[in-house]
Design a protein around this ligand. Structure first.
Ligand code: SF4
Length: 729
C-alpha cells in the first residue's frame, strides 16, 4: 500500500502526497496535497486555473478521483485552496480586547481560555444557563460538530445551540423527514445524474456552485437525456438546459403543484407505486386540482406549453431525478416547496427506484454531517430528537450523565441571533466557524445584536467580520492540518487527513473545546483526539437514524468512505436508500397536501423590484476565506448587481456604475452589470461580500414555520443610481 496516499500518517512532521478532500463545498472533491514545491507541470496546471503560488508553505494541489469527483476534478476554489494555509493570510495568535472599544491585541492561549471561562461562568451565574449560546458551522468536521453539541449540553448545560446549516439545508431536511422519515441529501449516488433520462433542478446553479458536477450532466445530455432547470435567472446552468423554466421569484411551490396537476390530468402517475408505497395521495390530488396550467402560468410566469413539456419529460423517463437546492428552499415556504416536489416525485414513482429519485443538493462542506450529530437546536447525535425520552437516555448513557441533566430544544439560528442581548436572550455567545455578520439575514440588525452582547468569542481561521467584533478570538487549525471526517452530499462519510502541522500558535477546535471543558470542570469527558471523538460519536449514533456505529477510521481509510446508515462493523454502508421501504413506521412515504402562498414581502410602489441572492463561482459562503485568496478575489473583488438593461435605462445607469439597493431593512451598494436574461422585475446580488456590498443587509428574516429557514431568496427592494464616490468607498 502506498502509505503516502492513504494519509495514515498523523505525526506532527510534514508529510508528502496526502490524499484528502477540498475544504469547501459538499461535493468534497478529492485532492492530493504535496508539501514540496509543485512540479513544473503542477505549477503550470495551477496557473492555468488561476491558482496562486503557495510559496510560504509550499503546498501544491492535485485532483484525484473519488465517487463524487470521478476522474478527478476541481473548480478554481479547490485549485487555490492551499493559499489559506499561508500564515500571512490567517490568524496565528489568540486576540483579546481589554474592554469594549479597545483594540484586539495578541494574548496567550491560557489568557484567552481563562477569560472565556470566567465570562461564561459569570454570565451563567448572573443570568442562568441559557444565557450562554453557541453557534456552529456546516464546515466543521463531524467530530467537531459532535463535540460542540456535547459541550453545550454537558459542560454548559445550555439549550441555546444552533448552526449556520439552519440557513442552508433546513427546509430540505424538514421536507425529507416528513415525507421519507429520514433526511439524507442524496439518497442515491451522485453519478446517477449521468444516466438519468431526465434531471429536474429546482433552484440550483451547479455550474457555479459545483462545476465538476456539470461533467455528469454533459454526459447525461450527450446520451440523449433532458435537463430541466427552474430558476428566475438564466444562470450558467440554465443556459445548458433542454428546458429553462424562468419562474417569478418565490413561485417554485406553485410550479411544483402545477406539474403535479398535469401528471394527474394526463394520467401519467404511477398508480401501482402510489398504492404499494405511499399514503395521503387523495388529499394531495384534491389540493392540486386547484392548480390548473392557466392559473400556474399567471402565478409563475411559466407558460403552459413549458409546464406540460416539463411534466411529460419527467413522467416519460425511465430514469428521472428531481433535485432541489437553495433557490427553492431558502424561502419562508421552503419546506412546503420541498414537500410539493416530493409529492411530484412520489406520484411518478421515483424515490427508491434504481436510477431515479428525489434529492437535495447539500451546500456546505459538512452540511450533511453537521446536522446529524447534535449542533442543531433540537437534535442529539445520530439525528435523534432531543425531545425523545429514549434518545435522551441513550445519549446520556454514552456521555455518562443522567438524562434529566440534558437541556431541551433551543432556538433556531435566526431566533437565537435576534434575541442576543435582550432580557430573554443570550448574553454571551461562542461562535465556531461561521461568519454571521455577513451571512445572516437582516445582517445590520444581527450586527447590532452581536454588539449588544456582554461577551462574544469567535474561533476561526481568519479574522472574519464576526471575529472583528469579538472580545476574544481564537485562531484554529484548518482542513489540511487536522484529522477528521466529513459527510458529503450523498451521505458518504469520508476522511479528512492532516498533511501539514498547524503553525505555531494555532490549535484545533477540539483542543479549544477540551481546554474550555477542563476549565469548566468537565475535562475528563472531552478528548482533543479526533479518532477518540469519532469512536464516541459512532457509539452515540448507534440505533439512530444516521447510524455510524459500524464505522471506524480504518474502515473509512480502506474504502472510498461509507454511506450511512452503517450499523455494524461488517455492514457495507447504504449508498441507496428506500429500495424496499421508507424510514417511516409503516415503511410508506407520505404525501403532504400543501398550498402555494405569496412571498413574505411582495413588491409594491415603494419597493417595486424582487431581489434574489446567490453565489458566484469564485467565492464561497460569506467569502471570509475566498476573499483572502488572491486569484479568487482578483477575479471577483467586489459586490455587483445584475439588472436588465431596460431597468438600467429607466434609472439612468451604465454598466459599472455604482448603484444602491434599498429594502425595508437596509441598503447595499454594488456595481451595475447588465444582463438581458434576467426578468426586468428582478435584480440579483451575490452574498459573499462585506461592508457596503453585503447583500444580507437587505434580506428578509421571515421564517419558514417548520424549518425556521429565513426567506433569503426573495425580498422587495428599490434601486437608485447616482450615489457619491464617498459612499462607494
Ligand atoms: Fe471544492 Fe466544491 Fe469546487 Fe469541488 S466543487 S473543488 S469541493 S469547492
Amino acid at each position: 500500500m502506498d502509505r503516502s496516499l492513504t494519509g495514515m500518517t498523523t505525526t506532527a512532521a510534514r508529510t508528502a502526497g496526502v490524499a484528502t478532500h477540498c475544504p469547501y463545498c459538499a461535493l468534497q472533491c478529492g485532492m492530493v496535497l504535496h508539501d514540496a514545491a509543485p512540479t513544473a507541470g503542477d505549477a503550470r496546471a495551477q496557473r492555468e486555473r488561476g491558482a496562486g503560488v503557495t510559496a510560504e508553505r509550499g503546498v501544491s494541489v492535485q485532483p484525484r478521483s473519488t465517487p463524487t469527483s470521478p476522474g478527478g476534478g476541481l473548480c478554481q476554489k479547490g485549485w487555490t485552496a492551499g493559499e489559506l494555509l499561508n500564515p500571512s493570510r490567517r490568524l496565528t495568535t489568540p486576540l483579546a480586547r481589554a474592554h469594549r472599544g479597545a483594540p484586539l491585541e495578541p494574548v496567550s492561549w491560557d489568557y484567552a481560555l481563562d477569560r472565556i471561562t470566567a465570562e461564561l461562568r459569570r454570565v451563567q451565574v448572573e443570568h442562568g444557563r441559557d444565557a450562554v449560546a453557541i453557534l456552529g458551522g456546516g464546515g466543521l468536521t463531524n467530530e467537531k460538530a459532535y463535540a460542540l453539541g456535547k459541550f453545550a449540553r454537558v459542560a454548559l448545560r445550555t439549550r441555546e445551540i444552533d448552526y449556520n446549516g439552519r440557513f442552508c439545508m433546513s427546509s430540505a431536511a424538514a421536507g425529507q423527514n416528513k415525507a421519507f422519515g429520514l433526511d439524507r441529501g442524496l439518497p442515491f449516488p451522485l453519478t446517477d445524474l449521468a444516466t438519468a433520462d431526465t434531471v429536474f433542478l429546482a433552484g440550483s446553479n451547479l455550474a457555479e456552485t459545483m462545476p465538476p458536477v456539470m461533467r455528469l450532466l454533459t454526459e447525461q445530455r450527450a446520451a440523449g437525456g433532458s435537463l430541466i432547470v427552474a430558476d428566475p435567472r438564466r444562470t450558467a446552468t440554465a443556459r445548458e438546459a433542454t428546458l429553462h423554466l424562468q419562474l417569478t421569484p418565490g413561485t417554485d411551490l406553485a410550479l411544483a403543484l402545477g406539474l403535479f396537476h398535469i401528471v394527474i390530468t394526463e394520467s401519467l402517475v404511477d398508480t401501482a407505486y402510489i398504492a404499494a408505497r405511499t399514503t395521503g395521495f387523495d388529499e394531495v390530488r384534491r389540493v392540486a386540482a386547484q392548480y390548473w396550467p392557466e392559473r400556474v402560468e399567471r402565478i409563475t410566469g411559466v407558460d403552459i406549453a413549458a409546464q406540460r413539456k416539463a411534466a411529460r419529460l419527467l413522467a416519460r423517463a425511465d430514469r428521472a431525478l428531481i433535485l432541489t437546492a437553495r433557490g427553492a428552499e431558502q424561502q419562508a415556504k421552503g419546506t412546503d416547496t420541498v414537500l410539493a416536489l416530493i409529492n411530484l416525485a412520489l406520484a411518478l414513482g421515483l424515490p427508491g427506484r434504481e436510477g431515479s429519485g428525489f434529492g437535495a443538493i447539500t451546500g456546505q462542506g459538512n452540511g450533511q454531517g453537521g446536522r446529524e450529530h447534535g449542533q442543531k437546536a433540537d437534535q442529539l447525535p445520530g439525528y435523534r430528537m432531543i425531545t425523545d425520552p429514549a434518545a435522551r437516555a441513550h445519549v446520556a448513557a454514552v456521555w455518562g450523565i443522567d438524562p434529566s441533566e440534558l437541556p431541551g430544544p433551543g432556538r433556531s439560528a435566526y431566533e437565537l441571533l435576534d434575541a442576543l442581548g435582550t432580557p430573554d436572550g443570550a448574553k454571551a455567545l461562542l461562535v465556531f466557524g461561521t461568519n454571521i455578520a455577513v451571512s445572516a439575514p437582516r445582517a445590520g440588525h444581527v450586527q447590532r445584536r452581536l454588539d449588544a452582547l456582554d461577551f462574544l468569542a469567535v474561533a476561526d481561521v481568519v479574522l472574519s467580520e464576526t471575529a472583528e467584533r469579538a472580545d476574544v478570538v481564537l485562531p484554529v487549525a484548518q482542513w489540511a492540518e487536522e484529522e477528521g471526517t466529513m459527510t458529503n452530499l450523498e451521505g458518504r462519510v469520508i476522511r479528512r487527513r492532516r498533511a501539514l502541522t498547524p503553525p505555531d500558535g494555532v490549535r484545533t477546535d477540539l483542543q479549544v473545546l477540551a481546554g474550555l471543558a477542563e476549565r469548566l470542570g468537565h475535562g475528563a469527558r472531552f478528548s482533543a483526539e479526533p479518532r477518540a471523538v469519532f469512536d464516541e460519536l459512532a457509539r452515540a449514533s448507534a440505533g439512530g437514524v444516521a447510524d455510524y456505529a459500524g464505522m471506524t477510521y480504518e474502515r473509512l481509510d480502506s474504502a472510498q468512505g461509507l454511506c450511512w446508515p452503517c450499523p455494524a462493523p461488517d455492514h457495507p454502508g447504504t449508498p441507496r436508500l428506500f429500495a424496499d421501504r421508507f424510514a417511516t413506521p409503516d415503511g410508506r412515504a407520505r404525501f403532504h397536501a400543501v398550498e402555494h402562498r405569496p412571498v413574505a414581502e411582495d413588491i409594491d410602489g415603494a419597493y417595486p423590484l424582487y431581489l434574489t441572492t446567490g453565489r458566484v463561482l469564485q467565492h464561497y459562503q460569506s467569502g471570509a476565506q475566498t476573499r483572502r485568496v488572491p486569484a479568487l478575489n482578483d477575479a471577483v473583488p467586489d459586490a455587483f448587481i445584475e439588472l436588465h438593461p431596460d431597468l438600467a435605462d429607466r434609472i439612468g445607469v451604465e454598466p459599472g456604475d455604482p448603484v444602491r439597493i434599498v429594502s425595508r431593512r437596509g441598503e447595499a451598494i454594488g456595481a451595475a452589470r447588465f444582463t438581458e436574461t434576467l426578468r426586468s422585475d428582478t435584480i440579483f446580488m451575490p452574498f459573499h461580500f462585506a461592508g457596503a456590498g453585503r447583500a444580507n443587509l437587505l434580506t428578509n428574516p421571515a421564517l419558514d414555520p417548520t424549518s425556521r429557514m429565513p426567506e433569503f431568496k426573495i425580498c422587495a427592494v428599490r434601486i437608485e443610481a447616482a450615489i457619491s464616490v464617498e459612499e462607494v468607498a
